[in-house]
Ligand binder design. Structure first.
Ligand SMILES: C[S@@+](CC[C@H](N)C(=O)[O-])C[C@H]1O[C@@H](n2cnc3c(N)ncnc32)[C@H](O)[C@@H]1O
Length: 230
């Protein structure tokens, strides 16, 4: 299993029943049973190719009696309260939001979610803040020079706000004290500096506003890296 999938597995509450939505190869589900993290896993896959792939891998693992494989879209393959933990990994943040929003009352019936958005993590975090779902853990990992963020969430009903940096980078990642976080933040600094530089050659009316906004973001990240943002 890749480090990304191992990190997801380690963030799941041990002993909980799990649904792995968009499981593709099914390796996470197989690992959860093999390592005693869960004794009941349901796989959900909407596409025929990945569905067949997970069927094949689960059959080969001899765990077919412990992993229930269902074909269908998002959480529609589950009944309310059917599992405690739902994993949705390897999809865009906007797709994850669509899946949750399809039947928000049903979505709220599960105890915890582990999300690993490939893109648009800010869209997902905005949704979580708006709905009042609490981010209880956030991790970043790097695999072959690509950073992945993994977000553990508990559905609640206490809306909160996140600023733009928190939406983009992650509120708990910003507070973490790890070398990887520093390297992750360096990437955003480079990105913001590039936008800042390009804005100087732009004719847009809100140019000055944006220049100031990106300068601020850059300076905040620099202060975080220097440990002087408190
Ligand atoms: C890139 S793979 C990620 C596989 C695995 N979760 C992982 O993280 O390694 C995304 C998978 O999600 C599936 N998928 C996309 N939208 C879905 C949906 N609405 N419901 C269920 N599966 C979906 C795709 O068919 C694909 O197999």
């Amino acid at each position: 299993m890749t480090d990304r999938l191992k990190t997801i597995a380690n963030m799941i509450t041990v002993g909980s029943s799990v649904a792995d939505i968009g499981a593709d190869h099914g390796f996470l589900s197989i690992n959860l049973i093999e390592n005693g993290i869960s004794s009941k896993v349901i796989i959900g896959e909407v596409n025929e190719g990945p569905y067949q792939k997970s069927l094949y891998n689960v059959q080969n693992s001899k765990l077919a009696n412990k992993i229930d494989i269902r074909k269908g879209d998002g959480l529609q393959i589950l009944k309310p309260l059917e599992v405690e933990t739902v994993v949705i990994a390897g999809m865009g943040g906007d797709t994850i939001v669509e899946i949750l929003n399809y039947d928000i009352e049903k979505s709220k019936s599960y105890n915890e979610f582990i999300f690993q958005p490939m893109t648009k993590a800010n869209v997902l975090r905005q949704f979580l803040a708006y709905k009042g779902w609490i981010i209880i853990d956030e991790k970043i990992i790097r695999e072959t020079d690509v950073f992945y963020t993994i977000i553990k969430v508990k559905p609640e009903n206490i809306p909160y706000t996140l600023n733009d940096l928190e939406l983009q980078i992650g509120p708990l990642i910003l507070k973490a004290d790890t070398q990887l976080k520093k390297e992750y933040i360096e990437l955003f600094k480079i990105k913001y500096k590039k936008v800042y530089d390009n804005l100087h050659n732009s004719n847009r009316q809100d140019r000055e506003l944006l220049i100031n906004e990106y300068r601020q973001k850059f300076l905040i990240l620099e202060a975080i890296l220097n440990g002087s943002n408190d």
